[in-house]
Every structure is written in structure tokens, then in C-alpha cells.
Design a protein around this ligand. Structure first.
Ligand SMILES: Cc1cc2nc3c(=O)[nH]c(=O)nc-3n(C[C@H](O)[C@H](O)[C@H](O)COP(=O)(O)OP(=O)(O)OC[C@H]3O[C@@H](n4cnc5c(N)ncnc54)[C@H](O)[C@@H]3O)c2cc1C
Ligand SMILES: *[C@@H]1O[C@H](CO)[C@@H](O)[C@H](O)[C@H]1NC(C)=O
Ligand SMILES: *[C@@H]1O[C@H](CO)[C@@H](O)[C@H](O)[C@H]1NC(C)=O
Length: 490
């Protein structure tokens, strides 16, 4: 493989690691697109009263804490709830109201930044190819300034089910919407595709050295340690591909910035069962690989079943894919099928008929020759095209022939680019970061790490696993950075 000279060190104000919807929304706002309340009355009168004061002041220049007071909803982050209340008013009452945010492009407020992503813009949505429907209503995947439905109409999309069913979109639509967003909003110059970050560390520079070397404006919110000022040094490599998609060269890069934002999502490392045989070639932990296998192999009704492990949406998706291809499934899951903590119990059946069907099959309310549930069972070992499963106490065990296996038991962030994999950043110290159980500990208004000043995190990394709430982090971060800039300019 050809090796090229290093890119950089380059200076910027903010480096964003990851290029999914969180980063897209943040880049849009950093580019100088500023949100204003447009005055449309909201059903929440308290919020309404607070917003109509100083309507000419952008939300990024307002104090967020009083605005967020008393807001409740499906996020633990108050700024995410505030943003959602304005972006999707009364969405949780089942209403589909337009956003009450007016975006104004005020270029002089631009904050210089780069967005680094392993592949193309769109994050996780780039990885799952396909016709699968998303679990959210399509407008909930929307980013600032580009109503999803208008985009769909302009691109003459139809979601494949005639009248778009309760407004759900396919993953393919969402992926294209995000890709298109970078272009339509003029963000290309900030986005660096195929840039994989391998290390983020704090470095110190002699104050004067930084200034004379770069000749740039001094970094904002400096954390001066004696006579030194600190910066984040972000390193990694840029992959260059040929027409066939083969990597032909790798070019190292280095960015220096006073602020770094972790928007790396929480899906890069699949969880593992930790059983013997899990690495066998007919076992996958990726829904995308499973989909590819189903379409490329000659599996059919008469084949040995595929094994699907897990009881979340990805497992359900795998089962749906297999059954659609007429391939029999053995479904092994630990919990009871009526366990209220299962995600299926929380999805309204009218909106999600297919997930509801899987749930009925799991409970045995509905049966199919293609589907065999093994509730309250664990995988004990995976042998050559066989699986040994048993109950928790292992008082009942059985072996089945299988042709392929999909282990769909969740995933977590790959923070290998941080010292100690970011274990010092979580709400529970020393434990790996996990969207559900151990998000990154941040100040709830600025999204700044409680442990690393000038490091920020958003999206699933701070517990917001839905786009609708994840992108609210952009408001918190830009609001904070604006305050820094003002302080610097005094
Ligand atoms: C199968 C599936 C279905 C989903 N359905 C829905 C849904 O219907 N509705 C909904 O709201 N949410 C859904 N989600 C969740 C949704 O994907 C996330 O809420 C959203 O994508 C989070 O955005 P993000 O930008 O924070 O992170 P991501 O979208 O995860 O993007 C982060 C990107 O950063 C990249 N990255 C990580 N590390 C590095 C590095 N070291 N260097 C460079 N790049 C890096 C990752 O590869 C990834 O591409 C779904 C998720 C999955 C997996
Ligand atoms: C990134 O890589 C993909 C192939 O994986 C390629 O199609 C795309 O053009 C690359 N993007 C850039 C900006 O180099
Ligand atoms: C730090 O700066 C002060 C003046 O501001 C100077 O007296 C001192 O020598 C400097 N220390 C170092 C280690 O450069």
C-alpha cells in the first residue's frame, strides 16, 4: 500500500469525531446557522412565556437552564428536551407539528471546525444497507432546515408501501437524506470522509509558541496551566480507495484544536456472548453481514435453520429478514417473552405491525413453521454448524443443527482512540462507556465532559439513542462555545 506524507498538523477550533446525524446537526450550527424561536404558540405555556421574551436573541445566545426548567420527556438531557419541544412540538402527543425554529445564516458567527468520519457522512445509517424500515416516524430523523417530507417529495421517493405508512421511512432514504444534507447545506468543506481517528490526547504548548507558530486567533476557553495552553491533538489516517473500493493508500493526519466533540455513536463494537465457538465463520454479530449472507447463500425452507440470539430490534430485524427469505429460524433469548422490559412492549402495535408479529411469535400467540422460540434460554456453545442451548440452571439442554448464526445482543462505542478507552469519562467510573448503562458524564447544559474540560460528547454517547434527541446536543455545545467566544473578545 502506498504511503503518503502526513496531513497537518492543522489548526481548527473544534474537531468532531464521527459524522452521523449528531455531527451533521452540530456542523450546521457551527457553520453559523442560528436558531430563533419563530413565535408560533406552543402548548406548553410556561415554555412559551419564557421564549417570547427577547425573541430577537438566538437560542444559542440565551441562557438555556431557565428555558429548560420543568421539561419532561424521553431524554434525560434537558437541552435535548428543549430542542425537541421546538423542533417537533407535541410529538409525544402524537401530533406532527412543524418546527417553530427559524434558522438564519449569520456567517460572522461561524466557528471553524472539521468533521472526521470513518466512512461517508451519515454515521450508522451508512452501514446498514437496505429496505428495512426505521423504527421512528420519518420526520424524527430530520435535521435542521430540511423538512424530511419535503425532501422525500422533491426526490420523488416513495417508501415502497404506497401511502407512507404512518410516515416511516426506509433506512436507505434516511441515509441518502443525510448524504444530501452535507451538500444542500454547503457543509462539504467541513466534512472529511474516510478519516479514522486513532488517538485523541491533550497536549500542552507554550502559550507564545502556539500563537507565533500558527499565527491564528488564540484558541477560546484556554485552560492555561502555568504558562502553557492546552490543545487536543487528534490523530488518525485517511484511507484512499480505488474504483473497486479497495484501499490503496493510507495517509496519516493530525489536527490541533482547543475543543473536541465525541459524536462517535455507540454501535461500533457488537456485544459478544463470550461462549466457545463464537468466532466460527458462520457466526456474525452484524445485521448487515446477516442480510448479505441471506441474499448470497442458497438457504431456503429446507435448509437447517439460522440461529438468532437476542430480543431487541436488531434481533427482530434479523428474524424478519430470514422469514421473508423463507429460511427457518431458531430464536434464543434470555428473558421471558412477556417481560415488560422488552422493547416490543413499548412500541404501539398499530405503528409497528411487523415487530408486533415477532412479539406474538415469541409469546407463542401466533405460530409459524419457520419460527421456533427458545425463551429463557442461553447459548452454551457453538459447535460446527450446531448450537448447544440451555436454560439458566442448565437443567434442560439441547443441540440444534444450524446453517448460520446472528448474535444480536446490542453494541457499544469504540472509544479505543481515547486513553483507557475513555473509561474515566463515564457516569460510573472505570467501566466501559455504554449508551444505556454508563453514558459519558457531561454537564447537562454544555455537554462538556465532567472529567475532561473542553471535551464534549453528544448522541448515544450521552444516552440519547434516538436522532430526535441526540441532535439537541448541538444547541448545548454551540451555546457554550458562543459564551467562550464572547468572554475572549471582551
Ligand atoms: C439498526 C438501527 C436502527 C436504528 N433506528 C433508529 C430509528 O428508527 N430512529 C432513531 O432515532 N434512531 C435509530 N437508531 C439509532 C441511531 O442510529 C442513532 O440515534 C444515531 O445514528 C446517532 O447519531 P450519532 O451521529 O450520534 O452517531 P452514529 O450515527 O453512530 O455516527 C457516528 C459515526 O462515527 C463513526 N466513528 C466512530 N469512531 C470513529 C473514529 N474513531 N474515527 C472516525 N469515525 C468514527 C462511526 O463509525 C459512525 O459512523 C438506529 C440504530 C441502529 C443501529
Ligand atoms: C470514501 O471511500 C469511499 C469508498 O469506501 C469512496 O466511494 C468515497 O469516494 C471516498 N470519499 C472521499 C471523500 O474520499
Ligand atoms: C511564566 O510567566 C511569568 C510571567 O508571566 C514568568 O515570570 C515566568 O518565568 C514564566 N515561567 C516559565 C516556566 O516560563
Amino acid at each position: 500500500m502506498e504511503s503518503l506524507p502526513q496531513i497537518g498538523p492543522l489548526h481548527t477550533d473544534v474537531v468532531i469525531v464521527g459524522n452521523g446525524p449528531s455531527a451533521l446537526a452540530l456542523s450546521f450550527m457551527l457553520a453559523g446557522h442560528r436558531p430563533y424561536y419563530d413565535g408560533t404558540p406552543l402548548s406548553n405555556e410556561f415554555l412559551n412565556d419564557r421564549l417570547v421574551k427577547d425573541m430577537e436573541v438566538s437560542l444559542v445566545d440565551k441562557e438555556l437552564e431557565p428555558l429548560c426548567e420543568g421539561l419532561e420527556g424521553r431524554s434525560n438531557n434537558p437541552v435535548a428536551l428543549l430542542f425537541d419541544n421546538l423542533f417537533h412540538p407535541d410529538a409525544d402527543l402524537g401530533l406532527d407539528n412543524p418546527s417553530v425554529i427559524d434558522w438564519k445564516h449569520e456567517e460572522q458567527t461561524e466557528i471553524d471546525h472539521v468533521v472526521l468520519g470513518k466512512t461517508k457522512a451519515g454515521g450508522t445509517w451508512q452501514k446498514i444497507d437496505g429496505t428495512m424500515q426505521t423504527i421512528s416516524q420519518n420526520t424524527w430523523m430530520e435535521l435542521p432546515n430540511v423538512p424530511f417530507r419535503e425532501w422525500m417529495a422533491q426526490n420523488r421517493r416513495n417508501s415502497g408501501v404506497g401511502e407512507p405508512m404512518y410516515g416511516r421511512a426506509t433506512i436507505g432514504d434516511v441515509k441518502d437524506y443525510y448524504l444530501d444534507y452535507v451538500k444542500s447545506q454547503g457543509l462539504q468543506r467541513y466534512f472529511k470522509d474516510n478519516y479514522t481517528v486513532t488517538s485523541v490526547q491533550r497536549v500542552y504548548h507554550l502559550r507564545n509558541a502556539v500563537d507565533s507558530e500558527s499565527g491564528e486567533v488564540e484558541p477560546c476557553c484556554r485552560n492555561v496551566r502555568r504558562n502553557h495552553t492546552h490543545c487536543w491533538e487528534v490523530r488518525g489516517y485517511h484511507s484512499v480507495f480505488d474504483d473497486q473500493g479497495q484501499a490503496i493508500s493510507r495517509q496519516d493526519f493530525c489536527y490541533l484544536a482547543p475543543h473536541v466533540v465525541l459524536a462517535a455513536g455507540a454501535y461500533d463494537i457488537p456485544n459478544r456472548l463470550g461462549v466457545e465457538g463464537e468466532n466460527r465463520p458462520f457466526v456474525t454479530h452484524s445485521l448487515g453481514d446477516f442480510e448479505k449472507h441471506l441474499s448470497s447463500s442458497a438457504l431456503n425452507t429446507l435448509s437447517d435453520p439460522v440461529l438468532v440470539v437476542g430480543a431487541g430490534l436488531s434481533a427482530a430485524d434479523a428474524i424478519l429478514m430470514a422469514m421473508e427469505s423463507n429460511v427457518p429460524v431458531i430464536h434464543v433469548f434470555r428473558r421471558g417473552p412477556s417481560d415488560p422490559s422488552l422493547i416490543f412492549s413499548k412500541l404501539p402495535s398499530t405503528m409497528y405491525p411487523e415487530y408486533h408479529r415477532i412479539h406474538s411469535l415469541m409469546k407463542g400467540k401466533e405460530t409459524s413453521e419457520l419460527y421456533r422460540p427458545m425463551a429463557r434460554h442461553n447459548v452454551i456453545e457453538i459447535l460446527d454448524h450446531k448450537v448447544l442451548v440451555g436454560t439458566k440452571k442448565q437443567d434442560q439442554m439441547a443441540t440444534f443443527d444450524i446453517s448460520f448464526a446472528a448474535i444480536m445482543i446490542g453494541s457499544r462505542a469504540d472509544l479505543g482512540f481515547l486513553p483507557r478507552e475513555g473509561r474515566h469519562l463515564g457516569v460510573v467510573p472505570k467501566w466501559p462507556i455504554d449508551s444505556k448503562h454508563n453514558p459519558i458524564d457531561v454537564d447537562v447544559y454544555s455537554y462538556q465532559s465532567a472529567h475532561e474540560p473542553q471535551m464534549f460528547a453528544m448522541g448515544p454517547l450521552v444516552g440519547d439513542s434516538f436522532v430526535r434527541f441526540g441532535i439537541g446536543g448541538a444547541l448545548g455545545i454551540v451555546n457554550h462555545l458562543r459564551k467562550c467566544h464572547k468572554k475572549e473578545n471582551l
